[in-house]
Design a protein around this ligand. Structure first.
Ligand code: 3HC
Length: 300
């Protein structure tokens, strides 16, 4: 009973200040959509260079969103950008940025120990009742929350998709995070705490199966992509999407699952994927993966 009432009291804290840790593609996107929806957002990363790059990409993305949503109203479009940017601050200290947060969203690299050590830092300063959420693409939420046992009642999964400002779905493994996702204008699905939730558990093995098909020489990358775009109605084929998501990200997710479930055939590593990652060909973000990408992120 005590635990129930504690959970009830804690989860009733309303959200106005959001701290996002990690200013990569996902973190920047989460910060952007939160600031756009009127939350006071602090985006955190290790240095000014990373933060500067993130703020620049948020500005560019917002201008695209504003141009699309407010096509014939340039003044309002300008206001949307300036209002959103005014809701956004940056910090190089996770502990400082968590001090007055109602919700902390962690979007750092997919490394269990790194994430756990970050939660311990956040725990030392975040107010009681502050919600902790992880944008993990493959780890279990209970496993992550072990680092901060006292936060378990207010710890959940909150998984976005790239590009965050465009993709309509959020997966949430915690009720209050469903409400938050909806307040961002996203469709939200509740998920059990299972690795990869719904989308990545299906999507990442599918991407790797497409790489294996290429590896076996059954079809070219272009033909696999055309087939899935035109034959299954997907906006991008799986080889292009693997480049888009990042070949390192795809590999890390599969490696983690393979280590955990060594007998599952679908999670076995792909030599071709390993080799590309070893060579630093990580896909869209490095300009080269299975395909070539220009500096603006368009496939050549
Ligand atoms: N910010 C703002 N707007 C953006 C944007 C961004 N970062 N990226 C694209 N857009 C907008 C464009 O401005 C464009 O608007 P318009 O309709 O007014 O022209 C619209 O989105 C479509 O973009 P484009 O015309 O450039 O290109 P496409 O029509 O090919 O769409 C795409 C691009 C939305 C990326 C589409 O190809 C797509 O949906 N691809 C699949 C993406 C996907 O599956 N993502 C999930 C990956 S898995 C994941 O993220 C989970 C992780 O844990 C691994």
């Amino acid at each position: 009973l005590r635990q129930f009432s504690l959970q009830y009291t804690m989860s009733s804290r309303s959200i106005s200040k959001v701290t996002v840790i990690g200013a990569g593609l996902m973190g920047s996107g989460i910060a952007q959509v939160s600031a756009q929806s009127g939350y006071q957002v602090t985006l955190v990363d290790l240095n000014e260079q990373l933060l500067g790059k993130a703020v620049q990409s948020i500005q560019t993305s917002l201008e695209r969103v504003a141009k699309k949503q407010l096509k014939d109203r340039p003044e309002e479009a300008k206001q949307l950008v300036s209002k959103t940017m005014a809701n956004l601050a940056t910090s190089q200290s996770a502990a400082d940025a968590a001090k007055s947060a109602d919700l902390v969203v962690e979007a750092v690299v997919e490394n269990l120990e790194l994430k756990r050590s970050l939660y311990r830092q956040l725990d030392s300063t975040a107010p009681a009742g502050c919600l902790f959420a992880s944008n993990t693409s493959s780890l279990g939420i209970a496993e992550l929350a072990e680092a901060v046992p006292n936060r378990k009642p207010t710890f959940g999964g909150l998984h976005f998709f790239n590009p965050v400002p465009v993709m309509r779905l959020v997966e949430a493994a915690f009720n209050q995070l469903l409400e938050f996702s909806r307040s961002l204008g996203k469709s939200a699905v509740p998920c059990k705490d299972t690795p990869g939730f719904i989308v990545n558990r299906l999507l990442v093995p599918y991407l790797t199966e497409a790489v294996r098909m290429l590896e076996r020489g059954d079809a070219t990358a272009e033909d696999i992509d055309t087939a899935m775009r035109l034959g299954a109605g997907h906006p991008m084929g799986p080889i292009e999407l693997a480049d888009y998501v990042g070949l390192d990200t795809t590999k890390f997710i599969m490696d983690g699952w393979h280590a955990k479930f060594p007998n599952v055939e679908l999670f076995k590593p792909s030599d071709m994927l390993n080799k590309l990652v070893e060579e630093g060909r990580l896909g869209r973000k490095t300009g080269l993966g299975f395909y070539k990408w220009d500096s603006k992120g368009s496939k050549l």
